[in-house]
Write a protein that binds this ligand. Sequence first.
Ligand SMILES: Cc1cc2nc3c(=O)[nH]c(=O)nc-3n(C[C@H](O)[C@H](O)[C@H](O)COP(=O)(O)OP(=O)(O)OC[C@H]3O[C@@H](n4cnc5c(N)ncnc54)[C@H](O)[C@@H]3O)c2cc1C
Length: 475
Amino acid sequence: MDLGQLLDDLCSFLGSDQVLSEGAALKAYDCDAYTLDKSRPQAVVFPRSTEDVQGIIRICQEHECPFTPRGAGTGLSGGALAAKGGILISTKAMTQILDVDPENGSLLAQAGAVNLNLTRAAAGHNMHFAPDPSSQSVSTLGGNIAENSGGPHTLKYGVTAQHILGLTMVGFDGGRVDLGGEVAEHPTSGWMNLVIGSEGTLGIVTEARVKLTPNPEATQTALAAFPTVRQATETVSAIIAAGVIPAALEMMDSRVMSAVRAAFGLDYPEGTGALLLVECDGSPEEALSEIQEVNSLCAERGSLSVVISDDPEQRAQLWKARKKGIGALGRIAPTLVTHDGVIPRSKLPEMLDFVIKTAHENRIIAANIFHAGDGNLHPILCFDEREPGMIAAAERAGSEIIRKCIELGGSITGEHGVGVEKIDAIKLMFSPDDIRLQEDFKSAFHQSDLCNPCKILPNQKGCVEHMRRWRGVAT
Ligand SMILES: Cc1cc2nc3c(=O)[nH]c(=O)nc-3n(C[C@H](O)[C@H](O)[C@H](O)COP(=O)(O)OP(=O)(O)OC[C@H]3O[C@@H](n4cnc5c(N)ncnc54)[C@H](O)[C@@H]3O)c2cc1C
């Protein structure tokens, strides 16, 4: 590949202000929010339209140059890592909300639009975009689609796939593909659902029409303090078993509480070992009766206190530990690696005991802040990567946690995807025949090894060597 010629071609097609190729500036694109693997792109480009993306991909194909889509880079599995170098296609300049259609309850936006801005654009119509990853003030629609992101309100409202009506994608050869449409039942909706969650390996999404959800009439939020994680997790199962499906059911352990206490002065009753945040919505009567039921279930399982509010300001205060918890953990250690696994809800107590024990054995602090209602764990491993052996220790602990999720009948990822982080773990969960089927399915879209290579599927050409190089292992 002639890099100089490639950059010249990109600059003359896009304009040099939409191409970044200086070494120091590229450093910011070495990784996403999964920081253990790093690989620098040769350039980052900033298209403004579907046509720009088509032109970029055609130039990359001509030069046989790998390309990788990137939204805000908040991904937690290395999906936006330029695994074989090449061109990173950033959607940072594709942020337009193109249409708000309250009558049909939909909105059309470019892929780089920030999740929260979709809800802001719909707010005047008393509607919102329901998928709300905790990164929603930064992460993009394209990233949410690629990862099929969930969030605190997934339990009741579902993941991103349930809220996408149609999308435009640029395929591996620069061709434009429109999948789905303006209505839920469309002949190509099935194909569209294959793209959602494919982590940018099938093409680059440039626009999407999303479903808008009417705002609930009433919302009640409860923050319950429990002496132990076990009591809190048992309450999660009890709430669902009682037939209450809260809009959100989130848990935080004592390490998260210490961090938010130190960072924001938040305080909880003496002896609190875990917090459970429960939100119920619907009609005023429905939300009230559900939160009252939750209150009784918490009391039956030994809660130390339950604070309930329907006032927006007080509710925001109750959410504070959940919203700010991950950021506050930066006080505990300089390196945070957020894991993501799913287990059946009833196994939460056993799994959390295992996480704490495994982290401890590897000299790591594990903090837990997660979507308990979905059984979706996020153990955050806190350590200092500058200490010799600690990266290997974190990888070992992470791998043991993932193996345990599989053993308990769960999955290697709930919402953060496979990316490069779990490319080996795929083999723990799927048989060679399963993996071959997934490879065949990808071949139906393309057989190019230039489009976001070395993600999800483990047997891709040349990827083991690249990965060893990033990880500093001699080949
Ligand atoms: C503090 C924090 C909290 C988080 N909370 C949650 C949560 O509650 N739920 C959850 O699901 N995730 C969560 N995440 C993970 C992350 O925010 C989501 O995966 C998010 O959807 C990624 O969006 P992004 O724009 O940052 O995408 P990026 O990180 O830039 O990319 C993610 C993947 O999408 C691909 N991609 C990006 N744009 C496109 C496109 N236009 N077309 C095709 N592929 C594309 C990339 O190649 C990559 O594989 C969290 C992350 C952080 C840091």
